[in-house]
Design a protein around this ligand. Structure first.
Ligand code: 13P
Length: 332
């Protein structure tokens, strides 16, 4: 178990001018990343894929934490140092994804529930022993005709609250992620309504279950129009809607707020974050916790070739540096 208190861990996750990397693609999603670059998705290649990012020299200047998966938490870097130790030695907080993925919600077409509460307390204990100091659980909220249903939002909110309680009991900071999907033809106004409704329910439910919000982190989508809506939103417009939604839903005592990139391009994710930060300060620290928007440019350069690692890592560092600046509203 971590020597640090929950409060100290939250503080370490949110130093000014840094953000987090989500490197927690499931084995299936890792294959989706590796297949297109012609790299077979074996445990060793997934380890190399993670190491591309985790061992890039200088990342600690911009990266305060990383979400890993079970497999990576147990793997070592090329020097034989376990990844959680290698990260912690550089002041980067190791995290772990603990949900068991989504399953269809019976009776609610196109909606899902996140599994993984069974045995969670034991798994968290082991993860804490392996060095994890925070954990992530992702619920998925899809926008469409007559969805999301109240049932879907409530069920997922209850799972998030129980997961968060289990984490805090194990000395691990919960990162609570009710992701409102970007896919769909909905407008930005609908995205704002649904995200506001979702975050409100999640916060109310966490309060009901007596989760300590000051030692929990909210991971949310930005307010953007659906990807097939034909609507285009400027960073200022995204920022206004996102700031309004967060201010209406996230209580002052919340430990912090991070954004997922959700399918935005790397450039959009940076520009939008920058505009959001410019509308601060907020009562809580705000920064990025991206997977795709940080990883893609480097992944395409690397293509599994060791000789291209330095160039790929330079591209990754560029994305990190840009987003670190954007988290303070200082990009560009
Ligand atoms: P993206 O930034 O690619 O959306 O991933 C972040 C994440 O952790 C989604 O669960």
């Amino acid at each position: 178990m971590s020597q640090r208190s929950l409060r100290e861990i939250v503080k370490a996750m949110f130093p000014a001018g840094k953000g987090l990397l989500a490197a927690d693609e499931s084995t299936k999603s890792s294959s989706k990343r590796l297949d297109p670059i012609g790299v077979p998705s074996t445990p060793e290649n997934r380890r190399r894929f993670r190491e591309l990012y985790l061992s890039a020299p200088g990342v600690e200047q911009y990266m305060s934490g990383v979400i890993l998966v079970d497999e990576t938490l147990r793997q070592t870097d090329s020097l034989g140092v376990p990844f959680p130790k290698s990260l912690a030695d550089r002041g980067i907080v190791p995290g772990i994804k603990v949900d068991g993925g989504t399953k269809d919600l019976p009776g609610f077409p196109e909606e899902s529930m996140t599994e993984g509460l069974d045995g969670l307390a034991d798994r968290l204990k082991e993860y804490a022993d392996l060095g994890a100091e925070f954990a992530k659980w992702r619920a998925v909220i899809r926008i469409g005709k007559d969805i999301p249903s109240d049932a879907c939002i409530r069920l997922n909110a209850v799972s998030l609250a129980i997961y968060a309680l289990r984490c805090q009991e194990a000395g691990i900071v919960p990162m609570v992620e009710p992701e409102v999907l970007l896919s769909g033809s909905h407008t930005m106004e609908v995205a704002e309504q649904v995200t506001t409704r979702t975050l409100k329910t999640v916060i109310d439910t966490m309060r009901l279950f007596r989760v300590d919000l000051s030692c929990a982190v909210m991971k949310t989508s930005m307010i953007v129009p659906g990807d097939t809506s034909g609507q285009v939103a400027s960073p200022d417009h995204v920022a206004e809607a996102t700031a309004r939604c967060l201010r209406a839903t996230i209580p002052d005592e919340m430990g912090g707020v991070v954004f997922l990139s959700g399918g935005q391009t790397s450039e959009q994710a940076t520009l939008n974050l920058n505009a959001i930060a410019k509308l601060g300060p907020y009562p809580w620290p705000v920064t990025f916790c991206y997977a795709r928007a940080l990883q893609y440019p480097a992944l395409e350069i690397w293509a599994g070739k060791d000789e291209l690692l330095p160039e790929a890592r330079t591209a990754f560092l560029e994305r990190l540096k840009a987003n670190a600046a954007a988290s303070m509203g200082h990009f560009g």
